[in-house]
Design a protein around this ligand. Structure first.
Ligand code: FAD
Ligand code: EPU
Length: 337
């Protein structure tokens, strides 16, 4: 375990932004992590990094970046219906999904091809195509950075919400997630209520559903509109889809009859941020090396050498234009450093 100094983070974030960490190290187990944080560097601000696919560095990080490389997947317990799988936080998420599909364990297939690692999956309760991680989450083990002890969090402790958890709010930067246990199904119930998914399965000519073909359909849709970070720097949706009161939605709908909205359980309406941004004329916008993806307006991109603060400035202008056209406030989904 080696602590390096003044390290470029360009290869450690999918935006491909060239910020530097004052100190950088990685750990493969909780002992290495304790050792790392016991060292004098632990008095500095600490940032845990997974795959770097939901982060924007707007400046250098004047502290210690620790890259989680805890591996391993094991079956913890099982019964007739369910199987409980524990995965190390440093396992690649999509690889884990494929492993579950190969073993015919259902529950994560709709979350295929989401970049990043297992450890970040509960951070923002990752979600896609009608499923969120909270639906298959069983528990996680996390190390408290200052108390230097391990805690176990059950689902109710995590305060999961839409792209939210306690780790993104109250316990921000306090815990390092070591492993996550998921409760998967041996007998799948398929979730194809997301319209685009249903349509893609139809287009593929699927007669009999399986977790494998649901995964393939999700991969097809994602590949058709989301930029591959290997080719164009990005962090997926830059903003969350905002919710507004039903009254506000009805009002907007009179002025903008094509506005896209989905009713939430509490009666409020979730608007499609991509639609709002596109209506403000940003889709496909390019300025220097920053821009808005031409196939998905919710995704900001780095075409080559954009600086983090340039991408942030562009996001600020998008927030302002959506606010002034629709009176709706966009909130960033990406973690800004
Ligand atoms: P990082 O970016 O490394 O970290 C994200 C945050 O979590 C940071 O605050 C970091 O400090 C913290 N963190 C990471 N690991 C740990 C740990 N072990 N312990 C404590 N804190 C930790 N997200 C979705 O929800 N749905 C999508 O459909 C989706 N699509 C995407 C598509 C593309 C092309 C891209 C680039 C991103 C997409 N994302 C999506 C966002 C991203 O993939 C997820 O948020 C993912 O879970 C981030 O994982 P990561 O390991 O890269 O996290
Ligand atoms: N839309 C537009 N213009 C655009 C983009 C979208 O009009 O440029 C409209 C679409 O036509 C559609 C609606 O917005 O009617 C929703 O679009 P889409 O199905 O592409 O999903 P999204 O709401 O833009 C969300 C998540 C994605 C997730 C997909 C699929 C958020 C912030 N984003 O995107 O998550 O993969 O649904 O479930 O909730 C991420 O978090 O990084 C991410 C990619």
């Amino acid at each position: 375990m080696q602590i390096q100094e003044n390290i470029s983070l360009k290869g450690y974030n999918t935006f491909g932004v060239d910020a530097h960490a004052r100190f950088f190290s990685s750990f493969r187990n909780s002992d290495e992590l304790s050792e790392l944080l016991a060292a004098q560097h632990s008095r500095l601000p600490t940032l845990t990094l997974g795959g770097g696919s939901n982060i924007l560095f707007t400046k250098d990080f004047d502290g210690l970046v620790i890259k989680n490389e805890i591996k391993g997947i094991e079956v913890v317990k099982q019964d007739e219906e369910n199987i409980y799988i524990k995965a190390g936080a440093g396992e690649n998420w999509h690889w884990f999904v494929l492993y579950c599909i190969e073993n015919n364990w259902a529950g994560v297939e709709n979350l295929s091809l989401i970049p990043g690692n297992v450890g970040a999956s509960p951070m923002q309760n990752i979600g896609a195509y009608g499923v969120e991680i909270k639906e298959v989450f069983y528990e996680l083990k996390a190390f408290h950075i200052h108390e230097k002890t391990n805690y176990t969090f059950a689902s109710k402790d995590c305060e999961f919400g839409y792209r939210e958890s306690i780790f993104k709010r109250r316990y921000k930067d306090q815990f390092v997630i070591l492993n996550v246990t998921y409760k998967l199904c041996k007998k799948p119930t398929f979730n194809i209520k997301y319209e685009a998914l249903e349509k893609e399965l139809e287009r593929m000519g699927i007669k009999e559903l399986s977790i494998k073909n649901i995964s393939q359909a999700v991969i097809n849709i994602r590949s058709s509109k989301l930029p591959d970070p290997e080719k164009i720097g990005n962090a997926g949706s830059f903003f969350k889809n905002p919710s507004v009161a039903k009254g506000k939605y009805d009002q907007l709908k009179i002025e903008f009859p094509n506005m896209v909205g989905y009713e939430n359980a509490d009666g409020s309406v979730k608007l499609a941020a991509g639609w709002l941004i596109e209506q403000c004329g940003w889709k496909g916008y390019k300025e220097g090396d920053t821009g808005v993806h031409a196939k998905q307006a919710l995704v900001l991109v780095n075409y080559n050498n954009a600086k983090g603060h340039e991408i942030f400035d562009l996001s600020e202008r998008i927030v302002q234009s959506v606010q002034s056209k629709f009176g709706v406030t966009l909130e960033r989904e990406v973690n800004i450093i």
